[in-house]
Design a protein around this ligand. Structure first.
Ligand code: T4K
Length: 368
């Protein structure tokens, strides 16, 4: 048995429940193309996420890429360099130009106070990321978007089930993308969804993910294939039953980390605010070597020696990627640069044993 500890481990439903779902797929012999599981799962999600509309995709990335296409954006999109490659690639693969805004040090999301100075006559949208499930300054972002007539599309890949002041996260901006990848709080093996309220976008997304086909004889748009299949939807139906239990277990792990690491000088943990219902998706920690005594990378080395594999999400910054670095200067986003160089996401998943959390923290605190 592999007793290595990774940054995450997928939550799986009882296998019998998935087999039951799969049997029904066998009986119907509809495997994909918006079949009965797809429709049922979409309806369940609409209720769970408390949103007007949901469109399912084969993964979060294609959901985001096609949403940018559906809104017919042009020119420049303001986003954050402190994110997974997908966010920026989705912009570039649409023929658009990412403009990187710095992040705030409190919760690592885009610094809303710095967005306006980046707006030009070419800007058509803002693409903020609720990174680690931390919520962006949605109010300020909405005001800016309104003033400048911009669309707001949230990358909510990490934010499944999160609420702000009782309002579900998928209701902010023009659309939000959720990832249902195996490594996420909630998964469909691979998968993703867009939540939105604009009815025109519903038809567009539906067509775009199915080659732009409007009817068997009418192909209206240059679409692609990004449909969620029936096996993915079946996994979603099974996992949705256990989501509250899974988030509660994550909260226990999160609290245990806090018990050990909160208040240690040179370490900053990701504190949850009282007006937020969290999904406890990640446990990011920054290490300030001058104050703490050890750097992030020294901590990684120590943990790896014990077969514990946290991840440096998100290092390097997207603006430092080989494919983008010639066009960007990461010194212009100094907070993102510092965070990327000093942050570590510690293992966090529903079934992580609390004694392992104790061990991880002991290894970290020995390096004070
Ligand atoms: N926007 C943001 C902000 C995102 O973070 C992501 C995805 C997207 C957009 C795009 O959404 P998707 O198209 O993926 O739906 C992982 C995930 O693959 C990726 O979905 C996720 N973000 C990203 C933050 O993490 P890697 O390259 O770190 O994956 P990997 O294979 O190294 O997995 C991490 C650890 O998880 C492994 O060390 C072991 C464990 N693991 C992984 C898999 C796949 C398992 O235990 N079981 C598994 O099946 O990207």
């Amino acid at each position: 048995m592999d007793d290595k500890i990774y940054v995450t481990k997928p939550s799986l439903p009882p296998i019998e429940e998935y087999i039951e779902q799969i049997k029904e797929i066998w009986e119907e012999a509809i495997l994909t193309n918006m079949g009965p599981k797809h429709v049922a799962f979409e309806n369940q999600l609409k209720k769970y996420l408390n949103v007007e509309d949901v469109s399912l995709f084969t993964n979060g990335h294609m959901a985001l890429e096609m949403t940018l296409q559906a809104f017919e954006l042009s020119g420049e999109i303001i986003t954050t360099p402190f994110t997974f490659a997908s966010t920026v690639h989705a912009i570039v693969r649409n023929g658009l130009t990412p403009v990187f805004c710095d992040i705030n040090i409190e919760n690592f999301t885009i610094d809303a106070n710095k967005i306006e100075e980046l707006i030009t006559d070419k800007t058509s949208a803002i693409l903020p990321v609720h990174v680690y499930g931390n919520i962006c300054d949605v109010e300020k972002i909405q005001q800016i978007a309104k003033r400048h007539n911009l669309k707001v599309i949230y990358d909510a890949a990490h934010a499944f089930g999160v609420k702000l002041n009782g309002r579900d996260i998928g209701n902010f901006g023009d659309a939000s993308m959720f990832s249902f990848h195996a490594t996420k709080v909630f998964h469909t093996i691979e998968g993703g969804a867009i939540t939105f309220s604009n009815k025109d976008i519903a038809d567009k997304l539906y067509n775009l993910k199915n080659f732009g086909i409007k009817s068997p004889t009418n192909v209206e748009e240059v679409g692609a294939n990004a449909k969620m299949n029936e096996f993915q939807a079946a996994m979603g139906i099974c996992n949705l039953k256990y989501i509250s239990e899974s988030i509660n277990k994550r909260e226990r792990v999160y609290n245990r980390y806090l018990e050990h690491l909160r208040g240690i000088s040179g370490i900053k943990v990701n504190e949850k605010k009282d007006n937020i219902i969290s999904n406890y998706s990640y446990f990011p920690v920054t290490f300030n070597k001058e104050v703490f005594g050890s750097s992030r990378d020294e901590i990684v080395y120590e943990l790896n020696k014990e077969e514990i594999y946290p991840r440096r999400y998100f290092y390097p910054l997207c603006s430092d990627f080989e494919c983008y670095k010639a066009k960007y200067d990461s010194n212009k986003t100094p907070t993102a640069q510092w965070v990327s160089n000093n942050i570590l996401t510690l293992p966090l998943y529903a079934d992580l044993k609390l004694n392992i959390v104790d061990k991880i923290c002991e290894i970290i605190l020995k390096k004070k």
